[in-house]
Design a protein around this ligand. Structure first.
Ligand code: NAD
Ligand code: ZN
Ligand code: ZN
Length: 365
């Protein structure tokens, strides 16, 4: 090859590197691939392109892979959590510049529409939960973030960025959808059904309000053991014991003041209906792909409330302070660490959480 040709060859490799990246692409239920993909570019002046430093996998990604969300298009890059560094900003982005480290919120919000003005970012007319769902997400080397000024949070130098990945989704989700909607109060007896990362986030953040008893229910003994170390006063393996009988024994037959559903399948929501005390609150967090039976014939006179919520991430700045001051230590939820290009292995580990003793898996670029 002549020197001129060789130089041209090298130039074209570096050009491809500039426009290509690796990403986790969803094709159909059970079908995904870690492959080369076009690198995102700025489309709107309010966009930023962020280079991913750390990302993770969510229970919601598993719902997508199971086929619970058929609205996800083939070819979509999954992922809605992570921290990164700003690569490029659109002309209207004023809060961030190239080189800034940021937390990527799982919810995109314009900050200007009626819903955003009410603090209901999850239903932003131009955003909401779209990342890794309706638009390409964070399980990639780069991601485009619309409305960057409102959808990213700055990371001060010297912060523990692994812990901050938990602020993208699981901490605000457990807190807003579970603890706040469930109206947890001092002295309450609460039950958290599901000890995955989201249930664990509800467990950690419920303790801001000092409930007297926290009963955690799951089918995974390892996760239940971890829940004990995070402050659960009782744990129940519902695959081995009758959870309804056990909860009634623990509560003098009354049931719990708050039942937080953090799984997303009919039996766990129906268990919440059975264990709720008169005047109690059922706070649903789980993403449901199937209808559940609402036993109004038993609940109509029980003075209970049932809430649903897509996380708004409005409490992220408050939760950020509790993580920075180590009032809560969500980093302890990380059980496995991978390089970004071990994405398929990381999915396998998270999909077989009981076998692998996994909670949150962290992927680093
Ligand atoms: N509402 C929101 O905005 C929002 C945001 C994020 C996640 N989510 C949802 O929260 C849920 C939990 O997420 P995660 O990341 O912790 O998921 P995960 O899959 O890691 O955890 C789910 C847990 O439920 C347990 N489980 C499964 N079936 C059970 C049963 N029949 N009885 C008892 N336990 C059972 C599993 O062992 C597991 O520990 C998912 O449905 C996810 O989609 C909702
Ligand atoms: Zn999620
Ligand atoms: Zn909006």
């Amino acid at each position: 090859m002549s020197p001129g040709r060789a130089q041209g060859y090298i130039c074209s490799i570096s050009f491809i590197k500039k426009i290509k990246m690796k990403a986790l692409v969803y094709y159909a239920p059970g079908k995904k691939s870690w492959e080369e993909h076009a690198k995102p570019v700025i489309k709107e002046p309010t966009d930023a392109v962020v280079k991913i430093l750390k990302t993770t996998i969510c229970g919601t990604d598993l719902h997508i892979m199971k086929g619970d969300m058929p609205e996800v298009a083939a070819g979509r890059i999954l992922g809605h959590e992570g921290v990164g560094v700003i690569e490029e900003t659109g002309s209207a982005v004023s809060n961030f510049k190239k080189g800034d480290h940021v937390i990527i919120s799982c919810v995109t919000s314009c900050g200007k529409c009626d819903y955003c003005k009410k603090g209901m970012y999850s239903h932003c007319e131009k955003g909401g939960w779209i990342l890794g769902y309706m638009i390409d997400g964070t399980q990639a080397e780069y991601v485009r973030i619309p409305y960057a000024d409102n959808s990213l949070y700055p990371i001060p130098a010297g912060s523990d960025e692994e812990a901050l990945v938990m602020l993208s989704d699981i901490l605000p989700t457990g807190f807003e959808c579970g603890v706040l909607n469930g109206q947890v109060k001092p002295g309450d007896t609460i039950a958290i059904v599901g000890a995955g990362p989201v249930g664990m986030a509800a467990l950690l953040t419920s303790q801001f309000y000092t409930p007297a008893e926290i009963i955690v229910i799951d089918q995974d003994d390892n996760r239940l053991a971890v829940a004990k170390t995070f402050g659960a006063t009782h744990t129940i393996n519902s695959a081995k014991e009758n959870a309804l009988i056990k909860v009634m024994e623990l509560t003098d037959g009354k049931g719990v003041d708050t039942a937080i559903e953090a799984v997303g399948v009919p039996p766990t929501f129906e268990l919440c209906e059975e264990i709720i005390s008169a005047g109690g609150h059922i706070a649903n967090i789980g993403v449901h792909g199937k209808s559940v039976t609402l036993h109004m014939e038993k609940l109509w006179d029980r003075n209970i409330s049932i809430t649903t919520r897509l996380v708004d991430t409005v409490t992220t700045p408050m939760l950020f302070k509790t993580v920075q001051s180590k009032k809560i230590e969500p980093k302890k939820l990380i059980t496995h660490r991978f390089k970004l290009d071990q994405m398929i292995e990381a999915y396998d580990t998270f999909e077989h959480a009981a076998r692998e003793k996994a909670l949150k898996v962290l992927l680093e670029n």
